[in-house]
Design a protein around this ligand. Structure first.
Ligand code: F6R
Length: 240
């Protein structure tokens, strides 16, 4: 495991974007797994700048980790809208090359299976970029006694609903379910880039990286991945 401690959020974003760009330059048709949320906004903005300076993203295929169930792509809080706003509308990237689960599918189980098959057909994920939930979730794999391995439908925990309420007018508008890649889909990536910003997540990150591997902290499973890079904007030393 490689741990990079950046001086601040800007540096964390710049370093992470350069890391992603390095892969794209070496393998233009690489397959990326991408997160939404607050953490990657700076990375996407840096990637857009790199694109403006000549980074060619036309051949890169992207798979988002998750999407809410019940929000149409046009909903401002859907992850489809998020990706358009922060990345896709700024770059030359054919829409056939980006994939986000369809949370409006009539057959959600079928949609999960279709998504897994598409990842396989693309040759699997080269680099999975992840954020860390305050409760240790990755994607929407919530702490539980067991974890789904493949792409599946999950019920969001109260903690995640509360944490994500900041993006909605009211907490009750936050969808209760989502489609997420499973921990198996995530762990099958060739390489993982876990990006964590803000000292509020320090203890959770410490437990995930150095504590027991447990389904109660889904991110702890990442300890078992052979190629993981962690980027933070805070020191991992314990407080006090
Ligand atoms: C989003 C996702 C989530 C977030 C996590 C952290 O696609 O998969 O696991 O990465 O909830 O979110 P932020 O960055 O908003 O703290």
């Amino acid at each position: 495991m490689r741990i990079i401690v950046a001086d601040n959020y800007k540096e964390l974003s710049r370093w992470s974007a350069q890391f992603v760009a390095g892969l794209i330059r070496g393998k233009p048709n690489c397959v990326l797994g991408l997160p939404t949320g607050s953490t990657p906004i700076g990375i996407y903005s840096e990637l857009v700048q790199l694109y403006e300076q000549g980074l060619d993203l036309r051949y890169t295929e992207t798979f988002n980790l998750d999407e809410y169930v019940g929000l149409p792509p046009s909903h401002p809080q859907s992850y489809h809208s998020f990706m358009q706003e922060h990345l896709f509308r700024h770059i030359d990237h054919p829409s056939s090359h980006y994939h986000i689960p369809d949370g409006m599918a009539a057959d959600l189980e079928g949609e999960c299976q279709r998504y897994e098959e598409m990842i396989l057909a693309a040759g699997g994920i080269d680099l999975m970029v992840l954020g860390l939930g305050p409760n240790g979730h990755i994607g929407f794999n919530e702490p539980d006694s067991h974890l789904g391995t493949k792409t599946h439908v999950v019920s969001l925990t109260r903690e995640t609903i509360q944490a994500n309420a900041r993006f909605f007018r009211e907490e009750k508008e936050v969808p209760r379910k989502a489609i997420t890649m499973g921990v198996g889909s995530i762990m099958q990536a060739q390489e993982i880039l876990l990006v964590v910003s803000g000292t509020g997540k320090r203890e959770m990150l410490r437990q995930a990286l150095f504590g027991e591997v447990t389904t109660r902290i889904p991110a702890s499973i990442l300890q078992l991945h052979p190629h993981i890079v962690v980027v933070t904007d805070f020191s991992l030393e314990p407080l006090g």
